[in-house]
Design a protein around this ligand. Structure first.
Ligand code: K1U
Ligand code: ZN
Length: 200
């Protein structure tokens, strides 16, 4: 018979909120691939059925993201070519649930075009300005497979666009317009500027 704790976890997860500790672990389930690795350039496929295996993958991605102290992670970054991403802007708040977005699509952009310094767990140590719309609307399925829509601004809008790019094999450095800062930042951290596929 399931323990009362297991029942509590199960009932919380039925609401679509995956229960994962935010404490960074030393040996996360997945390593994160780095710039220059071809897996980051392979577009992800849509997920058919949202089942326990997909939820297990999302949980493992969250554990790997918290271990790397990131606020987002897309499945291609761990070498899995499925349209799945996780986001948590509240790393210090254990009660705030992370977001799990399956088959996300941006349905509208708005607000203003704004500049913000981005980082990426696949390009550690490199932080550079990127220009993107300040507001997005996104449709997706949650961890229970239910269709959802949300409107986001600020850091959430930024993070959604950054993670969605990962699903299409696009990296934030591809969008950087300042070529000199880009080369300097990449060289300093031991990355090869030739691995950038500029769309800026
Ligand atoms: O996709 C990723 O590589 C995660 C990335 C998300 C992101 C950061 C900044 C702007 C857009 C998208 C990161 O989490 S990099 C780490 C980072 O910037 C950060 C970590 C903790 C708190 C705040 C920022
Ligand atoms: Zn990234």
């Amino acid at each position: 018979m399931a323990s009362s704790f297991a029942k509590l976890v199960r009932s919380a997860e039925l609401s679509g909120r995956l229960q994962v500790s935010k404490e960074p672990v030393e040996n996360p389930p997945y390593d994160i691939h780095k710039l220059g690795d071809a897996v980051l350039r392979t577009p992800a496929r849509r997920i058919g059925k949202v089942d326990d295996a997909v939820r297990e993958l999302a949980r493992d991605m969250l554990v790997s993201m918290y271990a790397a102290r990131g606020i987002g992670l897309a499945a291609p970054q761990i070498g899995v070519h499925q349209q799945l991403l996780v986001i948590d802007l509240e790393l210090e708040d254990p009660a705030s649930p992370p977001l799990v977005l399956i088959n996300p699509e941006i349905t509208a952009v708005g607000g203003s075009i704004c500049t913000y310094e981005e980082g990426c767990l696949s390009i550690p140590g490199v932080y550079l300005d990127v220009v993107r719309p300040s507001v997005v609307e996104v449709s997706f399925r949650d961890a229970m497979g239910r269709p959802k829509r949300m409107k986001a601004d600020g850091l959430m809008a930024r993070c959604i666009q950054h993670e969605l790019d990962h699903l299409n094999g696009v990296l934030f450095v591809d969008r950087v317009t300042d070529g000199e800062k880009l080369s300097a930042g990449l060289n300093e951290q031991g990355f090869n500027p030739a691995d950038v596929r500029s769309i800026a």
